[in-house]
Design a binder for this molecule. Sequence first.
Ligand code: G3P
Ligand code: MG
Length: 358
Amino acid sequence: SNAFKKPNLRPSLPPPPAFAFDMDGVLIRGGKAVPGARRAIERLCGDNPQNREMPFIVLTNSGGESEASKAAKLSKQLGIEIKGDQFIVSHTPMQALAQTALRSKLVHVVGPDAVKDVAKGYGFEKVVTTREIRAWDKRMWPYPVLGGDHDYHRHDPSFNLTTDPISAILIMHDPPDWGLDIQIITDLLLSQNGHISTRRPLHHASLPADHPPFIPLYSSNADFLWSNDYAFPRFGQGGFVAALRGVWAPLMRDQPNGADRELPIAGQFGKPSAATYDFAKRVLARNSSNTKDAIGTVYMVGDNPASDIAGANRHGWTGILVETGVYKQGDVVVGDERPEVVVRDVEKAVEWVMRREG
Ligand code: G3P
Ligand code: MG
């Protein structure tokens, strides 16, 4: 037999590029597929000159439902299958909080009622919604409640607001009724250790400089704007938090410690946060491990410079900005919100990468 090894004449291919697609304003708008979106994803599933599969995820700041149900909805809208484990929504990395002491504590979730089940799915054992809190004493919000009044006496038996303090507030998705949530979140921050009916002293200059910390408030999405099929961008969760900040500042105006005048945000998730990009990197690595390929350049295709592109630039990905959502031709983007390239839509983005990667 031949003692000499034949040289390997097949040059080994560099690792394929990977993609992170934003959803609203890139793949869909107002529940309808953006033209070319399905085609773009098909290209990654092997329909390309090298017949290579390229790993991808959907990385969206939307939420309000489980990853699996969001993925199923998007699959239907696009007519191509996207799996739940390829889908990261704004609150997906909040799972990590359920691995802390908060797991068995009572947490307040903000968003549509469905976020309660999402939080339970993440492992939180005791979860209360805004409507459930308000039902405990309707005088807290003496106005009509969207979705109707809740009957506290038939509430979830896992908690009792008379005795259980609320240990954290998780804004998981844009709340349907901003006013109600601003009132209840403010009440909780001003309470003594999360007991809803109590209050810290809050007279002029009365909050001592060494007061106990506010209960932690987490936000899952800093997007001020997002894009549906209306002609102009809509306020996102970041808009809601700006409104909350807007009432917090005058409320705390007379506090001696200037820091107390700023809304205490304990943690920020969603694009462009490190928590979300780190989580996404782990998902991409896991999903591509079956192809045994290392991960090549990761391209983030997004419509929002402040969210998708800033996140990509800050976390080592290459940002591609499209014109089908928040960003419009002629808008000025500066600093770390500047993408590598601007293209018309997601299909053009994938074509640009294919050309670049050869
Ligand atoms: O609420 C949805 C929104 O803020 C953004 O969604 O997919 O553009 O990150 P997406
Ligand atoms: Mg978007």
